[in-house]
Design a protein around this ligand. Structure first.
Ligand SMILES: NC(=O)c1ccc[n+]([C@@H]2O[C@H](COP(=O)([O-])OP(=O)(O)OC[C@H]3O[C@@H](n4cnc5c(N)ncnc54)[C@H](OP(=O)(O)O)[C@@H]3O)[C@@H](O)[C@H]2O)c1
Length: 234
């Protein structure tokens, strides 16, 4: 598909971290509602499976959002193939293995900040200008309850999610009229990430598929009027 065949009426969404957890269910939900979807994750195998499942008209690539060069190439391909996104959802993130801060290695801490903070900045760096030229678009950055409160043993994760609240709020002041930057606390959902943190206790929480049934229509309705808001998924 070339950009010349791109129909304006069909909307495009990008969801990073699109192969597992709530990212995967957002991708499927948006596609079912007629959106063109682009996404990424690190696992080549999972990206291949998702590509086959979603079929033509969408675009997924195996990249690490912490790698700015890879993000630049991903953005070029998405913009060429699907057009400028109407909605950009920064969902990819990592959780630390629960432990007090002084027991967390420098490499684990650095990995979380590289993915959860720098990864979002990388994605915005390579998509925002096309969205600004288009004069519209909504950027949603996944935060967390732990981006607005704290708990023991998840200090690296809290650090990155509080940073995302700051990043999003400042970005909202930079974007031109017609655009929005929003932080989103998705709630608590039974995903691999929650299992890493809470083990089997995660089983009692909402499943990603159920979550997406209300979250996708909610995300679909966000507009420039929501710029700067700190939202929580319904
Ligand atoms: N689940 C919850 O209860 C909860 C609560 C609050 C906030 N959140 C937030 O919601 C978002 C999604 O969480 P989740 O629970 O669905 O997580 P998840 O189940 O762990 O899924 C994470 C997804 O992101 C991808 N990913 C991870 N690192 C990446 C990287 N460096 N580059 C590209 N893709 C990467 C993963 O695929 P690969 O591993 O193949 O890369 C996977 O597709 C996160 O921002 C999380 O902080 C979740």
């Amino acid at each position: 598909m070339s950009k010349h065949t791109h129909q304006k009426s069909i909307r495009t969404v990008i969801v990073t971290g699109s192969t597992r957890g709530i990212g995967r269910e957002m991708v499927k939900g948006f596609a079912l509602r007629g959106w063109k979807v682009a996404g990424c994750a690190r696992s080549r195998k999972d990206v291949k499976t998702l590509t086959e499942e979603l079929g033509p008209g969408h675009f997924f690539e195996a990249i690490d959002v912490a790698n700015d060069v890879a993000v630049a190439s991903f953005a070029r391909q998405v913009l060429d193939n699907l057009g400028v996104p109407n909605l950009l959802i920064n969902n990819a993130a990592l959780m630390n293995d629960p432990a007090p801060l002084w027991e967390i290695s420098a490499s684990e801490f650095d990995r979380l900040t590289a993915v959860n903070i720098n990864g979002i900045a990388n994605i915005i760096r390579h998509f925002a200008q096309a969205m600004i030229r288009q004069g519209s678009g909504v950027i949603v950055n996944l935060s967390s309850g732990w981006g607005r409160s704290t708990s023991a043993d998840v200090t690296p994760y809290c650090t990155t999610k509080w940073a995302i609240e700051g990043l999003t709020s400042a970005l909202a002041q930079e974007l031109p009229e017609g655009m929005a930057a929003i932080s989103l606390n998705p709630g608590v959902i039974d995903t691999d990430m929650l299992r890493q943190c809470w083990g089997d206790e995660a089983a009692s929480y909402e499943k990603p598929f159920e979550w997406a049934k209300t979250a996708v229509p909610f995300l679909e309705k966000l507009t420039a009027q929501d710029n700067g808001r700190q939202l929580t998924a319904p």
